[in-house]
Design a protein around this ligand. Structure first.
Ligand code: UDP
Length: 324
């Protein structure tokens, strides 16, 4: 298929681009390089360096590449920042998404895959969290993805655009050639690895007074290439289905303290840690029930354990201590 990947120079998007190409699809990337890296995309891939806020640029890219499918990764994606700057998220993420969705419909795109989030589940009644759980966004970031899922619902109902909403739990790990390089870095595993690389004195643990086994937040870490694989399966499944919604995780939770301990094991570094107050917008526990995507699409994550995920990230960060 011909797939336009927005945010294809970013962390998850760049791995999806590689996986799509390996699966034989033709790919183009649309990225403003605000967070992404040009080096993360093979020079052979058609690259539109432009902003989704620029509707004309979106129209031009869709007219010239004429994709039949879109994977939409490009978005602001930090829960903590979204609490500080709600309108950046409620505004730009939603408006840029509408630009893309409307243009996609006008240019005959058939299938659309949205990067959605576990931040839709702020008050889960049942853990692990299945697709039956009530959608209660936990932050302006989560709300922006909720809006986009609803906009896609109506794009399907009124215009026939087929879509999959994939709710990632915590994307982690690296491939041999593509890794996590954010500036500033805010994510737990790369920050701990910066301590192991001697680039940071210690890791701050954001709150140890949560209602969990050791008081720190529990998350479900899923390898970025397993996420990419789910996108390819969803793309194919949209041939048969109008809409798909899946929660993507490994189904096991690790506390912040357990993640720090795993990085100590993998790197052999003592990783000093310091507890600080909670970060706004963080739910205590997010663990996915991914049985639906496993049984319906045959999704089979290749990195089910945290240690191998951390090892893959450690390999990349050692090879790229200053990022791309
Ligand atoms: N976290 C932490 N210290 C940090 C960064 C993150 O304790 O320096 C915690 C954060 O509060 C959350 C977990 O680690 O409970 C994962 O955070 P991350 O930002 O990696 O992903 P998120 O869960 O926000 O998508």
């Amino acid at each position: 298929m011909k797939v336009l990947v927005t945010g294809g120079a970013g962390y998850i998007g760049s791995v999806a681009v590689e996986s799509l190409r390996a699966a034989g699809h033709t790919v183009a990337v649309f990225d403003n390089l605000y967070m992404g890296h040009r080096e993360a995309v093979d020079p052979e891939v058609t690259f539109f360096e432009a902003d989704l806020a620029d509707r004309k640029a979106v129209d031009e890219a869709l007219a010239s590449f004429a994709p039949d499918s879109i994977m939409h990764f490009a978005a602001y994606s930090l829960v903590g920042e979204s609490v500080e700057k709600p309108f950046k998220y409620l505004g730009d993420n939603v408006v840029n998404g509408i630009n893309l969705i409307e243009s996609a419909i006008e240019h005959g795109v058939e299938r659309f895959i949205l990067s959605s989030t576990a931040n839709l589940f702020d008050e889960p009644e049942t853990i692990p969290i299945s697709e039956k759980e009530k959608l209660i966004p936990g932050s302006p970031y989560g709300e922006s993805k909720f809006f986009l899922e609803r906009i896609l619902h109506w794009a399907n109902r009124t215009k026939g655009l087929r879509y999959a909403a994939l709710r990632y739990f915590n994307a982690a790990g690296c491939t041999a050639t593509r890794g996590e390089d954010h500036d500033p870095e805010t994510h737990l595993i790369p920050l701990i690895l910066q301590v192991a690389l001697g680039q940071r004195e210690n890791i701050k643990i954001f709150g140890d007074d949560y209602d969990t086994n050791d008081g720190t937040c529990i998350r479900d870490y899923i390898h970025v290439s397993d996420l990419a694989q789910a996108h390819i399966l969803a793309l194919e499944a949209l041939k048969e289905h109008e809409t798909l919604h899946y929660n993507l995780g490994n189904g096991s939770g690790f506390s912040v303290k357990e993640v720090v301990e795993t990085v100590r094991e993998v790197t052999g570094h003592p990783i000093p840690a310091e507890t600080t107050p909670r970060r706004a917008g963080d739910p205590a526990m997010l663990i996915a029930d991914s049985r639906k995507v496993r049984s319906e699409l045959g999704w089979d994550p290749q990195y089910p354990d945290l240690k191998s995920i951390v090892q893959s990230a450690w390999d990349w960060h050692q090879a790229h201590p200053n990022g791309y």
